[in-house]
Design a protein around this ligand. Structure first.
Ligand code: SAM
Length: 496
């Protein structure tokens, strides 16, 4: 394994499901700024869109709603985006507030105006930067991990390499480029992207340099075609076949699988609960009393269906101390569902999964945040124009794997720094630096430090604004692995 790690490090670059609820307020979609939304609190006369009609509606007595002061909005804080109008219309249609999970799902993945659906939100000109965009070394190290796992799997002849929420596709491109010369491994891979955003699917196809099978220009996908309507795609980076799916369940079964989920789980909708004298109540999103003031958080007057179902399940896994001390809890049912599906695949088909995201090895309390143009914004401000992201509840994922009891085990979480360190990122940096220009060396060192460092940059001057400079992701981000029990502990997790 050590030789494999070393040779793999001699690689080489220089930085839904989805809601079916349509916008109630706009017939022309996200870009429409005019709205026909009535401003009164009367329910909309239109028939209910399908998912709204099927959702178990919350029985909420509006008169009993309580708006916690720390979650109120200042006057005029919310920007009246098309999505804000849609959310207000949805709340009016329901005749009461919606859950934070419903809000999050609409805001991120509504087909017409969801944050991820129609544009590129990544990079310095976007809203946030992720590890694969910071340095090529991230995707390369994940490639090393995947190749080692393939050896532990007994070098199967065919492997489904699945990435959940691939963003721009940068991680996969670096993985394929880095492992392309290890043909015994790279030629076994079939890439499956699970992606809800049509705009990102198109970018992923470009990043992977996809062409129609055979590479004939006439059959090469045109930009205006969705990947669903094009012939089978081949990545020119490594020759792997690439296909797209809306959720993991659509990816063919029966083939050993390696699954990668980097910053996917944090985008999955969470429910938020709060301990009150009336029991555990659920935080909900409502229209402000003065309708010109946008949206506000309220608490359900009593426990909701979600608190009875999801919170009860989550609390079964909590420690005595957590049960005694915690006042706010976030629960992500979709994360549990996806994890159960991963465990089942890995347990029955063989292979493993790598989940990298931010969070700690404990219950999540109150972590949901909005991010727009590289700044934190209030969760209810500019819905649809800001990302929403929540910490991942790693202990819950581990409990799900355990309860599935399908011959798969979870290892970790360990910090990103420990994970990348165990895979030899420092050797890779050394190799890259040897052939780099001065400018490239600086970029490589900065990228390395951002991936494995912790806290504010050490070269910060006292008078520098820490918010305007990068901080290390090495400790905040964690890696959790789920592997088939026949593989044994995966690289980086052997001592656990
Ligand atoms: C924060 S981005 C991370 C992107 C990428 N993994 C990276 O690290 O740069 C989340 C990704 O998950 C996708 N996504 C979010 N929710 C999804 C869902 N429910 N189903 C499929 N894809 C989803 C987004 O479109 C986006 O590609």
């Amino acid at each position: 394994m050590a030789t494999l790690l070393r040779s793999a490090l001699a690689l080489r670059r220089t930085p839904c499901r989805s809601s079916v609820v349509r916008l109630l307020t706009s017939s022309s979609g996200a870009s429409s700024s005019s709205s026909t939304t009535p401003t009164s609190h009367t329910p909309e006369p239109e028939p209910a869109p399908s998912s709204a009609a099927e959702s178990p509606s919350l029985v909420v007595d509006r008169s009993g709603l309580f708006n916690t002061p720390e979650h109120s909005h200042g006057p005029g804080a919310a920007v009246e985006t098309a999505m804000a109008k849609h959310i207000k219309a949805l709340i009016r249609f329901r005749g009461g507030p919606i859950t934070v999970a419903e809000y999050m799902e609409e805001v991120l993945t509504n087909p017409n105006a969801g944050f991820y659906m129609n544009r590129d939100v990544f990079g310095t000109h976007g809203d946030f930067v992720t590890s694969p965009d910071i340095s090529q070394m991230f995707g390369e190290m994940v490639g090393v991990w995947a190749m080692c796992l393939w050896h532990q799997m007994g070098q199967p002849e065919a492997v489904n390499l699945i990435e959940l929420g691939p963003g721009r596709g940068t991680l996969m491109a670096d993985l394929l480029r880095g492992t392309a010369k290890f043909k015994d491994f790279s030629q076994k891979l079939t890439v499956h992207f699970v992606e809800c955003s049509p705009a990102l699917r198109k970018i992923q196809r470009e990043t992977l340099k996809c062409v129609a099978k055979g590479g004939d220009e006439a059959t090469t996908a045109k930009d205006d075609q969705t990947p669903d309507s094009v012939p089978e795609q081949i990545s020119q980076i490594s020759g792997a076949s690439v296909s797209w799916h809306f959720d993991l369940e659509q990816v063919p079964r029966g083939v050993p699988t390696i699954i990668i989920a980097h910053e996917f789980y944090d985008a999955l909708p969470i429910h938020q609960f709060q301990k009150t004298p009336r029991g555990w109540c659920e935080k909900l999103v409502d229209v402000a009393e003065d309708t010109s003031q946008g949206l506000r958080f309220v608490l359900s007057p009593q426990p909701t269906t979600a608190s009875k179902l999801y919170l009860t399940r989550r609390m079964r896994w909590a420690s005595l101390q957590e049960k005694a001390e915690i006042e706010h809890v976030e629960v992500c049912p979709q994360a549990m569902k996806v994890t159960a599906e991963i465990a089942k695949r890995v347990g029955e088909d063989g292979g493993g999964a790598l989940i990298v995201d931010y969070g700690d090895d404990k219950m999540v309390s109150d972590s949901l945040q909005g991010i727009k143009k590289h700044q934190f914004v209030h969760v209810l401000d500019s819905p649809g124009d800001a990302d929403l992201s929540a910490y991942v509840d790693f202990p819950a994922l581990k409990h799900v794997v355990q309860e599935c009891a399908v011959g798969a085990s979870a290892y970790g979480p360990i910090t990103q720094s420990e994970f990348l360190g165990a895979l030899g990122i420092n050797f890779r940096l050394e190799a890259l630096v040897r052939n780099a220009t001065e400018e490239q060396v600086e970029a490589l060192n900065l990228g390395y430090w951002r991936l494995v460092g912790d806290g504010p940059a050490p070269w910060l001057d006292e008078d520098d604004d820490p918010n305007s400079l990068p901080s290390g992701m090495g400790a905040r981000y964690k890696a959790l692995v789920i592997v088939n029990d026949s593989c044994g502990p995966p690289v980086g997790f052997q001592k656990l």
